[in-house]
Design a protein around this ligand. Structure first.
Ligand SMILES: [Zn+2]
Length: 289
């Protein structure tokens, strides 16, 4: 287990991390002042806001635009973890909080700073960019199915620590957020981390989790989804083998499959995504730098 990192106050002092408590006019503070905190906060599109909800005997409930949020902590201090979508427009966003010590529902505002992700130009087989009608229909069926997978929210308490183990050893790219141009056509930004590894390399659960979906998808190839509780999900794509079934409960380090090159890829690697409240966030925030 790596040594914990003590976060420094100065990282949290900017306007981006100032949190205003709207209803009561208090100046709230970032939740992780001076404490060991995983995931790390990064209030940018594709990042995570850690918002203090203060002390309360019972766990408060928090949501953003109706989507429930992961709330961690104890009676001394509760913290909402908010995944910020890559598509978020920089500026102020709000979460809704119910329960805790406040009698009435309240809103908390937080700010999102801009982040410029670099552009990546890729050449791939034309049929994987300009889909045939049959492939388009398949992709749309899969998208509908995956939307239900991504909406998974289980009340089960998340693991005590959300620091993740890297799912495969290998060279980790900093490719999260890249604005991708496939064969000259702009597509969705890259919403995960690519890890270079040979076909057959075991892929290991980075945290305890329950398998909620497996399948062979048009773009993602052989894929496994894990549910870690509280709307924290993770996805493993392009696998050469899937070794688990929906319903399986995995411990940290347990094998879920093997690296491959299935789906739309240019070579074998693991594509790893982490999702919080239905927003794909940078997996690097969960692992030791
Ligand atoms: Zn990828």
């Amino acid at each position: 287990m790596p040594a914990p990192i003590r976060r420094r106050r100065l990282l949290l002092g900017g306007a981006a991390s100032v949190l205003a408590m709207q209803a009561v006019g208090l100046h709230a503070r970032s939740a992780d002042d001076g404490a060991v905190a995983w995931p790390r906060s990064s209030q940018v599109p594709g990042g995570i806001a850690r918002l203090s909800l203060g002390p309360a005997a019972e766990r408060p409930r928090a949501s953003e635009a109706g989507v429930p949020l992961l709330v961690l902590g104890d009676a001394i201090e509760w913290t909402a973890l908010v995944g910020i979508p890559l598509s978020a427009v920089p500026g102020e966003r709000r979460i809704d909080v119910r329960g805790g010590n406040a009698a009435a529902p309240r809103q908390l505002a937080y700010s999102v700073s801009p982040k410029k992700y670099t552009e990546q130009r890729l050449k791939v087989p034309p049929r994987t960019v300009d889909l045939s009608p049959a492939d388009q229909a398949r992709y749309e069926r899969e998208r509908t199915h995956l939307a239900t997978v991504m909406a998974t929210f289980t009340e089960a308490a998340p693991p005590a620590s959300l620091q993740m183990q890297v799912p495969v050893p290998g060279r980790r790219s900093s490719s999260f957020g890249l604005r991708r141009i496939f064969n000259g056509q702009a597509r969705n930004p890259h919403s995960g981390m690519d890890i270079a590894a040979g076909t057959g390399t075991p892929v290991l659960a980075p945290l305890p989790g329950k398998v909620i979906d497996t399948g062979d998808y048009f773009f993602n190839g052989n894929t496994v989804w894990l549910d870690h509780g509280g709307g924290l999900l993770s996805m493993y794509c392009h696998l050469s083998a899937i070794d688990v079934r929906p319903g399986d409960a995995l411990r940290t380090g347990e094998r879920l499959g093997a690296v491959g090159a299935t789906g739309r890829v240019t070579g074998p690697h693991l594509h790893w995504s982490v999702m919080l409240n239905r927003a794909m966030v940078d997996p690097a925030l969960f692992i030791e730098a």
